[in-house]
Design a protein around this ligand. Structure first.
Ligand code: UDX
Length: 433
């Protein structure tokens, strides 16, 4: 099939590349000339495991191309994916200016039947707005489909190639048939393509993300309570998670959820509720608890240093909002670092991928280390913010030797408490004695 993808951010790029992998001819459109040039030269603009291999293979096979021309994109694709940003507006709602702007242009440029597929996460009712924006500018026949993505950063290629389910919101059989043909190679395992109306598809995405964010937040509250009553959240987690109605996944407490999706989507669903006179009390609580959780380690650090962290140096392992990504959007590390900087502390950070992004944001406010152990030199304490594999089995003897105060504050519960203790290190984690 001939496919065009408008927008080559993280979702658009993964979508375009993976659709090329199953033999489709894919043309990706982006307004950023420099980015398009780089991609034409085979450069992947984001860090996402395995994407580079597929990217190179499909460019070589002439199945994956790039352009800045929306007209070319519309002439090429029978199916047009919209993978455009929906940034958070000041009031928490999703800003639709990019999607509706492109929809209007599509209406003006389209000359034959197209299926316009919305991949972006958008409030309920957006597909109707997209239809209106296209129809106002065109008399050509077209269909709009809502096809939310459920890709996790760091696993996006695998999630796209082997999805647990594909949700297609459409009301025309012609569009449904095209979408089923397009996605057939990805559901050979028998996982379903779930067909529904557009509004339900739009809400499915928000409901899934808000539920997962709530699940994590619930566990964070249980962990905070464990700290108060001397229980161990690891034991509670395993005890709960073995009930298949609850499930083992997404029960890991820590310093809060971050990233480009959960924070934005929970707020957007909350705002959509308000707009429809529905007060999502549970989401209100999730947003507040998560905000507090991001800096939950700071009072503990302050208590350890008798409320005097001025001129203390903290080594920070992990800056990305989660492992296997260089993404620092809503990363808890930044909130912790900013609070410590405000209190006059110094930071020496190490992250395998995210340091360039943090450097762009914080400049010289913090020091960056080329190695996880170098970050410990002259540091008073170690703070762990991201569970990169490299931090999971460290040399505790080295940590002890280098730190002035022999203490680790672990926001990701990476170690058995007895391991650092064996080396005489103080160890504070989340919800565990
Ligand atoms: C998420 C959804 O999983 C994905 O389906 C959607 O399309 C986009 O949003 P992503 O943001 O890439 O994906 O990361 P994910 O692995 O889901 O983690 C989200 C956040 O939750 C991270 O900050 C992570 O650290 C946190 N988390 C996750 C926990 O704190 N505990 C857990 O048990 C799981």
């Amino acid at each position: 099939m001939k496919i065009s993808v408008i927008g080559t951010g993280y979702v658009g790029l993964v979508t375009g590349t993976c659709l090329a992998e199953t033999g489709n001819e894919v043309l990706c459109v982006d307004i950023d000339e420099q980015k398009v040039k780089k991609m034409q030269n085979g450069e992947v603009p984001i860090y996402e495991p395995h994407l580079d291999v597929l990217f190179e293979r499909n460019i070589k096979a002439n199945r994956l191309k790039f352009t800045t021309s929306l007209q070319e994109g519309l002439d090429h694709g029978e199916v047009i994916f919209l993978a455009l940003p929906t940034p958070e507006d000041e009031d928490g709602s999703a800003d639709l200016k990019y999607i509706l702007g492109v929809a209007k242009d599509i209406g003006k440029l389209m000359t034959e039947y197209k299926v316009i597929v919305d991949k972006s996460t958008v409030p309920v009712g957006t597909s109707d707005k997209v239809k209106e924006a296209i129809a106002e500018n065109s008399s050509v026949d077209f269909d709009v489909v809502s096809n939310p993505e459920f890709l996790r950063e760091g696993f996006a290629v695998d999630d796209f190639l082997k999805p647990e389910r594909i949700v297609v919101g459409a009301s025309s059989q012609r569009a449904i048939d095209i979408m089923q043909t397009l996605y057939k190679p990805f559901v050979r395992s028998g996982n379903p393509i779930i067909i529904m109306d557009e509004r339900s598809a739009e809400l499915t995405k928000y409901a899934a993300n808000a539920f997962l964010a709530t699940k994590i937040t619930f566990m964070n509250e249980i962990a905070n309570f464990c700290d108060k009553v001397g229980a161990d959240v690891d034991k509670v987690r395993i005890g709960m998670g073995t009930d298949s109605r609850i499930g083992k996944r997404f029960l890991f407490p820590g310093i809060g959820y971050g990233g480009s999706c959960f924070p934005k989507d929970v707020k957007a669903l909350h705002k959509s509720g308000k707009d429809s006179n529905y007060d999502f009390k549970i989401l209100d609580a999730v947003i507040n608890v998560n905000q507090n959780q991001k800096t939950i380690l700071v009072p503990r650090i302050n208590a350890f240093f008798n409320n005097d962290v001025k001129d203390k140096t903290f080594a920070v392992w992990g800056l990305a909002f989660k492992p296997e990504t260089d993404d620092i959007r809503e990363a808890p590390s930044l909130y912790i670092i900013n609070e410590l900087l405000d209190a006059g502390a110094k930071i020496k950070a190490f992250d395998p991928e995210a340091m360039p992004n943090v450097k762009r944001k914080l400049g010289d406010k913090i020091e960056f280390s080329t190695d996880m152990y170098k970050a410990l030199e002259d540091a008073d304490a170690l703070i762990i913010c991201t569970e990169w594999s490299i931090f999971r089995t460290p040399r505790f003897d080295k940590i002890k030797e280098k730190l002035n105060h022999k203490v680790i504050f672990d926001g990701r519960n990476l170690y058995d408490s007895k391991d650092p203790a064996e080396y005489g290190l103080d160890y504070y984690s989340i919800g565990r004695p």
